[in-house]
Design a protein around this ligand. Structure first.
Ligand SMILES: Nc1ncnc2c1ncn2[C@@H]1O[C@H](COP(=O)(O)OP(=O)(O)OP(=O)(O)O)[C@@H](O)[C@H]1O
Ligand SMILES: [Mg+2]
Length: 303
């Protein structure tokens, strides 16, 4: 991973009103205040709830952007979303995106994130729809998810105090990369906070403690993600090294095959010109009776 790449967090669900914007704005604030991180917030939703909240509340240095996605076609939607993500996340350490998921968006966009947070109430219908949303995504992207170890985190949202996560979202239990975050409780006088204040620093200790427990959990997941990224072979310069290694083995194989007279691939023409360029003298003298090159690994059997 390139060291200046931000950790990208998508807050999404195809369900409306589950708390995506509330969580996006307040998580951005938590990470900026408590963890002293440079945070950018991209609001992909027309209502602009999370960006408005972050702009109206006291300025704590969060970079806020409202971005439009062009849904004219699937290709344009992906392209415009990716362009905004690149543009507005650059220079920050954490980028949080607030987006209502629609089938018009390619799952490839979801794959661009280090973690996907999925707020959901604990009502049975909503829990089931959240489980289906996650399972469909995992089914489509299984191979790549296994490779990039993206975290999927369900957030029980607007739940009654005393709610226990245990025994909920059980259809996701088998997914190694899927977690249930500490719940965010229903706030009775919610509208006195909207646009005014951030939960983690508000004067109501119960609300501040509840949100901070969630924030701390995500903060820990960010630390773990940074560690994981160091070991992933599919990102940054390491993938280039891996590919380079494979390509050079392939070139070597093609050279040998071509010299044995059984390689007819497209690269044949270029290989013809410099096939002997990197052979040792020993290799070059090892010709068969027909004048063909016999590579070292076959020579033993021919002697
Ligand atoms: N923890 C909470 N306690 C009480 N009310 C909440 C809580 N979280 C969100 N709300 C309220 O629920 C409504 C929906 O929340 P929010 O706008 O954050 O959800 P959303 O998923 O972004 O919705 P949309 O799909 O419309 O973008 C809002 O009126 C918000 O004030
Ligand atoms: Mg919203």
């Amino acid at each position: 991973m390139l060291t200046n790449e931000p950790i990208k967090i998508l807050v999404t669900n195809q369900k409306g009103g589950v708390g995506k914007s509330t969580i996006s704005a307040n998580l951005a604030a938590y990470l900026a205040i408590q963890d002293d991180l440079r945070v950018s917030l991209i609001d992909f939703d027309r209502q602009a709830s999370s960006s408005r909240w972050t702009k109206k509340a006291p300025d704590i240095g969060i970079r806020v952007a409202q971005a439009e996605i062009d849904y004219q076609s699937a290709g344009l939607a992906l392209l415009s979303a990716r362009a905004s993500l690149r543009k507005f996340s650059s220079g920050s350490q954490i980028c949080i995106c607030d987006l209502t998921w629609t089938p018009a968006m390619s799952e490839d966009f979801m794959m661009d994130f280090d973690m996907v947070l999925i707020p959901s109430s604990s009502a049975k219908f909503e829990m089931a729809s959240t489980e289906i949303f996650i399972l469909e995504y995992v089914q489509k992207k299984m191979a790549r998810l296994a490779a990039n170890k993206q975290n999927l985190i369900v957030i029980p949202s607007r739940v009654d105090p005393g709610y226990a996560s245990h025994g909920t979202f059980t259809n996701l239990d088998f997914l190694a990369n899927c977690f249930i975050a500490p719940p965010i409780y229903r706030i009775p006088d919610m509208d006195s906070y909207v646009y005014q204040d951030f939960f983690c620093v508000c004067s109501d200790k119960a609300i501040a403690d509840n949100f901070s427990a969630f924030g701390k959990y995500i903060s820990q997941k960010i630390v773990e993600r940074k560690e994981t990224l160091k070991t992933l072979s599919i990102s940054g310069p390491s993938i280039n090294r891996e590919i380079a290694k494979k390509v050079s083995v392939l070139d070597d194989y093609r050279n040998r095959a071509k010299n044995l007279g059984f390689y007819g691939g497209a690269a044949m023409a270029e290989l013809k010109q410099d096939s002997n360029a990197d052979k040792t003298q020993d290799d070059l003298t090892a010709k068969s009776a027909q004048g063909q090159y016999i590579p070292g690994f076959l020579r033993k059997n021919q002697d």
